[in-house]
Design a protein around this ligand. Sequence first.
Ligand code: B4P
Length: 192
Amino acid sequence: MSARLVLLGPPGAGKGTQAARLAERLGVPAISTGDIFRANIRGGTELGRTAQAYTARGELVPDEVTNAMVRDRLAQDDAAEGFLLDGYPRNVAQVAELDAVLAADGRGVDLAVELTADPEVVVARLLHRATVEGREDDTEDVVRHRLTVYTEQTAPVAALYAERGLLAQVDGIGDVDEVTQRLLDAIGQPAR
Ligand code: B4P
C-alpha cells in the first residue's frame, strides 16, 4: 500500500512501538528521527554529538540539523512509495520543510495520526522504560520537560493537520495490539 503518514504523540504515547508494527503491516519504512539520533549518538558521529546536547535535556534538536537528516532519508529508494514518519515533524517549521520536500515531487502527506495519552500514564511508562533501557532522557525531570515541549511546539502541528482535514486522533491507552488495531482503523486498513 502506498501511504505517506505522520505519527504524532507525546513522549511515551507509544509512537516507536506502534510505528514498527504499522510499517510492517503497510509495507513502508518507519522513519524515526529519535532512533536516527540515538544510532548516531551510539556511533559517536558528529551528528550524534550535536544531537546529544539537545536530546539529553529533552530539547528539540535544531531544525537545520533535523530537516537535513530527514530530507536525505526521504530521498532513499525505499521511501519512494511511502513512509511512516515517527516523531517528525515536531514543530510548525518542520511541517513547512516536509511540505516543501514532498511538493518537489508533487506529493503531500496523506494522513497525520496523533496517538493520545494522559500525561501521568506516559510519565509512568517512560520511568519504567528507564529501568529497562536506561535511556538518558527518561529521567522524571527530562520526561516532564519533553511533555512541555510537546504541548508548546508539537501540539500546534496536530492543529495544523486538523485544519487541513488530515488529522486522525487515536487513543494510545490500552493493550498494544488493541492500539495497533485502532491505528489501522484510522488509516483505513482493513483487519486481517
Ligand atoms: P523520540 O525518540 O521520538 O522519543 P519519544 O517521543 O519519547 O517517543 P518514543 O518513541 O521513544 O516512545 P514511545 O512513545 O514509543 O525523541 C527523543 C528525542 O529526540 C526528543 O526529545 C528530541 O530531543 C529528539 N528529536 C526526535 N525527533 C525530533 C525532531 N523531529 N525535531 C527535533 N528533535 C527531535 O514509547 C514509550 C514507552 O511506552 C515504551 O517503553 C513502550 O514499551 C511503552 N508502551 C508503548 N505502548 C504501550 C501500551 N499500549 N501500553 C503500555 N506501554 C506501552
